[in-house]
Design a protein around this ligand. Structure first.
Ligand code: TRP
Length: 484
């Protein structure tokens, strides 16, 4: 690689993380001589930055409808087991690879082993596909926020409102563009003083709100049925399809298997403990997802009179149920609804900014162009790729494969195909090419690695075999060779 390219890469790569560095520094209390707690404060900074990327629409919008679709408790059990075993293994690996090499995904793999550079390239393709549809859904959130602010909360709770909205021609497109433009402006201006600082206040507020609304949803008639449904496993739902969905959700929610955590790891201090940080990030992320499910699923039961079919509302679940719940609160519902959608908007923005930034740095690096140019290219590409997702429920609904809308298709290709492939390759790479000891020594630079045994078994055998089995069965299923 030429020196110039490397410089360019460094420049754009630094941009995003500078914000986080800034955050780390802010949260670091100045150590006194001999004070050993400074690294602890650093760790909090890193954990918050990583959690900001992880907590987003995946937790509040995607998790509840998947949990409902796959039989409540059955999905929760599989998801939790995957998070503490597979998710833990992969997040530890990505952060350690990043910190060891000091590079982002594209370079980290090739630096460790030239032939494996292609994994970094697959990683790069993933945010390019996710960002457009993420922004389409971000647009839906923005639309509902404005509806509640302008006092149209009750109207938005009416049956068919959501479907009419996403089935329209101009409205989903306009809201998508507004949301994308907002994301792009922040990426261009840099998130330093605004959004990251704001998210430190807004994220805890979001959690407080989730708890408050969850308690409210429990008080509704029929909610108990929903709580039971949410926690009771439905044995008939334990299928490979559930495993694939739970695994895809885990990658998505924890921002794994697309190399983003490698970049984050490259800015982690050598003195910070990787294992402890990962545990905190995964509990934070999983906690928010669980809470969101607990808020939405019982409410769906309450409003549908205990109809189990109602939980199959799919991606629209949040947008159909939540407005109904806010309306049931009476006059204050408009205010509560507005605040709720504002907080979700924020959680989504912190994630989409980080996603778009990843896309921008890929172009800036590969094409060796300025950030502004890379931003324009990324905006245009995201717009073009997002149009079929935005219109996929209306004008362009004919673009569908196997009953999936274009948006669902992008979601499926990334979360259920590309991300498992990246995860599989990462496991093989670490397990057999550079060997687990490379990662372990990075983690043990400061302290013991408690789950070392689990880590080695997982990265070498359990994880790759599991992903491969699920991947093959799902591909055979989609080719019609087997029926799951
Ligand atoms: N984890 C994010 C969410 O739950 C989505 C996401 C996946 C993401 N990969 C990412 C966000 C990379 C930022 C960077 O919504």
């Amino acid at each position: 690689m030429s020196g110039k390219n490397e410089q360019n890469h460094k420049h754009s790569e630094h941009k995003i993380i500078n914000e986080y560095k800034h955050d780390f520094q802010e949260s670091t209390h100045k150590p006194e001589a001999g004070d050993t707690r400074s690294s602890f404060s650093n760790r909090i900074g890193f954990v918050l930055a990583a959690a900001g990327s992880a907590v987003g629409l995946g937790n509040i919008w995607r998790f509840p409808y998947l949990a409902a679709k796959y039989g409540g408790g059955s999905f929760l059990i599989v998801y939790l087991l995957l998070v503490i075993s597979f998710g833990f293994t992969l997040m530890v690996t990505e952060i350690a690879l990043g910190r060891k090499t000091g590079k982002s995904a594209i370079q980290a793999f090739s630096m460790l082993q030239h032939k494996w550079g292609f994994v970094g390239i697959i990683c790069a393709a993933i945010p390019i596909i996710i960002t457009p549809y993420y922004c389409v859904i971000g647009g839906w959130v923005a639309k509902f926020f404005v509806a509640f602010v302008t006092g149209q909360g009750t109207a938005s709770a009416a049956d068919g409102y959501f479907n009419n909205f996403i089935g329209g021609t101009f409205s989903p497109l306009i809201w998508f563009v507004i949301y994308l433009a907002l994301t792009c402006v922040v990426v261009l201006l840099g998130v330093k003083d605004g959004i990251e600082r704001a998210s430190r206040i807004l994220m805890p507020l979001l959690i407080a709100f989730l708890i408050g609304i969850t308690i409210y949803s429990f008080t509704m008639d029929g909610a108990l049925e929903g709580i039971k449904f949410y926690f009771t496993p439905d044995l008939s739902k334990f299928t490979p399809a559930l495993f694939l969905a739970a695994m895809g959700q885990m990658f998505y929610s924890m921002s794994l298997a697309m190399g983003i955590m490698i970049t984050y790891g490259s800015y982690m201090k050598k003195s910070d403990h990787i294992e402890a940080s990962v545990k905190q990030i995964e509990w934070f992320d999983t906690g928010v997802a669980m809470l969101a499910g607990l808020m939405i699923v019982p409410a769906v039961f309450a409003f549908s009179g205990g109809d189990e079919n109602a939980v199959n509302a799919g991606p629209g679940m949040m947008f159909v149920t939540m407005p109904k719940m806010f309306t049931s609160m009476g006059i204050s519902g408009n205010i509560v609804g507005a605040i709720f959608f504002l907080l979700v908007l924020f959680a989504a923005l912190t994630s989409s900014i980080s996603l778009l930034e990843t896309v921008v740095s890929i172009f800036a690096d590969k094409l060796r162009i300025s950030r502004l140019k890379a931003c324009i290219i990324s905006f245009s590409l995201t717009f073009v790729l997002g149009v079929p997702s935005a219109l996929g429920f209306g004008k362009l609904s004919m673009i569908s494969i196997g009953g999936m809308s274009f948006l669902d298709m992008c979601d499926f290709i990334t979360n259920s195909v590309l991300m498992p492939i990246v995860a599989l390759l990462t496991c093989i790479f670490v397990g057999f090419v550079i060997k687990p000891s490379t990662v372990i020594s990075e983690i043990e630079t400061n302290g013991i690695f408690k789950r070392k045994g689990l880590y080695i078994v997982f990265i070498k055998y359990v994880a790759p075999i599991m992903v491969l089995a699920i991947l093959i069965s799902s591909v055979m299923n989609s080719l019609g060779l087997i029926t799951l």
